[in-house]
Structures are given as C-alpha cells and as structure tokens.
Design a protein around this ligand. Structure first.
Ligand code: NAP
Length: 256
C-alpha cells in the first residue's frame, strides 16, 4: 500500500508548517489546497492545488475521488465558509478531519480594545468625527469602509484592494508579514494614526500592530472571530500528527 493521501486546506503560515511536518513522513502523501486569492503565493513544501471545490458537495466529491484518509483544516480563523464546508464534507464522507487554529489574542493590561462582531460594526465603531485610521483587516472586506468616507485611511494588504476603493483620503501600503512591533510603532507614529482596525487573527506574525498600539496608547477596534465549525480542534501541530497516527493506525492497533 502506498502513502496515505492527506488533504490540507491552507492559506496560512500554519498550513505550510503542517505541510512540512506531514511531508517528512514517508507514510503520508499531503496535498495542499489554496483558494488562489494571493497573486504570488509563497513556495510550498508539498504539491499544491488551487481554487474552490464548488461548495461542501464539491469538497466531499474531491475527498472521495482522491481517496483521502485525512483532512487537515488549516485555513485562516476568519475563513468561515471553507471551514464550514469542510465540516459538512467530513460528516458526509466519513473522512476524519481536524482543524488547526492559532489561539486568539487575549487582552492585556494597557490594551484599549473595542471588540466588535463584524467588519460592518467596526465601520460604525469609528464614529462620526474624522480620524486617521490604520486599516489592517486584509483586502477582502476593506470595501465596507467606503460607508465612512470622513476618515483618512492607511490600508495595508498583501495584494491591492480590488476593485480599488473610492475613499477620498486613503493610502495603500502593500506588505506581507511578519511585522515586528518596533516597525509597527514607527509606522503608527509616523502616520499620526489615531485608531487601528484589525481582526483577532491570533499568532505572532501580525501581533506587532496590537503591541505597538498598546505601547502608544491607541485604541484598537478588534473584529472577533466567527464561531468555529463542528470539527475536532487542535492548536498545535503535534496534536494534528497524533490524530493522524490515531486515524491511520491499523484497526487492531487502535483497539477496534
Ligand atoms: P472563505 O470565505 O471561507 O471561503 C470562500 C470560498 O473560497 C470557499 O467557499 C471555497 O470555495 C474557497 N476556498 C477558501 N479556502 C480554500 C482553500 N484552502 N482551498 C480551496 N478553496 C478554498 O475564505 P476567505 O475568507 O475568502 O479566505 C480565502 C483563503 O485566504 C483561505 O484559504 C484562507 O485561509 C486565506 N486567508 C483568509 C483571511 C481572512 O481574513 N479571511 C486571511 C488570511 C488568509 P468553494 O466553495 O468553491 O469550494
């Protein structure tokens, strides 16, 4: 019998790390799936397929046709649709699945967070008075801020916002993390930023802006994560590897 096919749903640093860990095992044949949103994706340590599956049904079909033995959901915590589809496809096919999610950031002493449920709420939370806003929520939902054109925006994203925003006072900054705290502090100070808008993505790569805002005493409007899907959860790669061992072990070794 050849190596077991494993599907990794990716688009995150964690997915790349999982892919590396699984690729090191000769009994596994990982395939990494990307949505195809990033114009120049980073090189990956395993074979990659790109593009949507066509909903939960399409993903279920893909799992069956590829005889996948395991699915690792390592998408971004805000990518709620694909993880919900993964939960449905796993339930329908019986393919064991586990979601690897980085823990959310926790409020610390000195943080001036206003937590909101959605990006639309973040727009309202900016208020009526014009402010200088650092918008670091990614490009996909940036258009919501067109509803508040009174503010001046510094908008950072990996790729340009498309279609371009029609805000009267905005500047785009194209950059890929990780971003360190000192550089973030320098950026916030240099641009005279008065409020930061961010998603509670968790992880170290984009925490610099949160720590820098705390240091300067700036408020942060922080969008909370969407609810988790009905999937087994892990926060560390070794938990994913242990689950892989468990589900791929011959039945008698598992005590079945
Ligand atoms: P989403 O709203 O949950 O997914 C939208 C659709 O994109 C899905 O229904 C699926 O299409 C397709 N898709 C998403 N992830 C995929 C994957 N790994 N492989 C194949 N198809 C995928 O996701 P999103 O918020 O647009 O995010 C898209 C990608 O960017 C994800 O891979 C995510 O990890 C990454 N990302 C998102 C954020 C964020 O803030 N949302 C931040 C950083 C990275 P079908 O229904 O046709 O299968």
């Amino acid at each position: 019998m050849g190596p077991h096919p494993v599907l990794i749903l990716g688009g995150t640093t964690e997915a790349k790390a999982v892919a590396e860990a699984l690729a090191a095992r000769p009994d596994l044949a990982p395939l990494l799936s990307l949505a195809g949103r990033t114009l120049s994706p980073r090189p990956q340590p395993v074979p990659v397929r790109v593009g949507g599956f066509g909903g939960a049904e399409g993903l279920a079909r893909f799992l069956k046709e590829g005889s996948f033995r395991l699915m690792v959901v390592a998408t971004h915590p805000f990518a709620a649709r694909i993880s919900a589809h993964a939960a449905r496809a796993a339930a329908e096919t019986g393919v064991p699945a586990i979601q690897l999610t980085r823990p959310a950031w926790q409020k610390q002493l000195g943080d001036r967070w206003q937590e909101v449920e959605t990006v639309t709420e973040a727009v309202s939370a900016l208020g009526d008075a014009p402010k200088r806003v650092f918008l670091a929520i990614g490009r996909q939902e940036a258009a919501a801020f067109e509803a508040a054109p009174q503010h001046a925006y510094l908008i950072r994203s990996v790729d340009p916002v498309d279609p371009p925003l029609t805000l009267p006072r905005m500047e785009s900054l194209l950059a890929t993390g990780p971003f360190d705290e000192a550089a973030e502090e320098a950026l916030l100070r240099a641009r005279g930023i008065e409020v930061v808008v961010a998603k509670n993505s968790g992880g170290a790569a984009t925490y610099g802006k949160i720590a820098a805002a705390r240091r300067i005493g700036l408020p942060v409007i922080l969008v909370a994560r969407p609810p988790l899907p009905d999937l087994r959860q892990a926060s560390r790669i070794d938990e994913v590897l242990a689950f892989a061992d468990h589900v791929l072990a011959p039945a008698k070794k598992r005590g079945v």
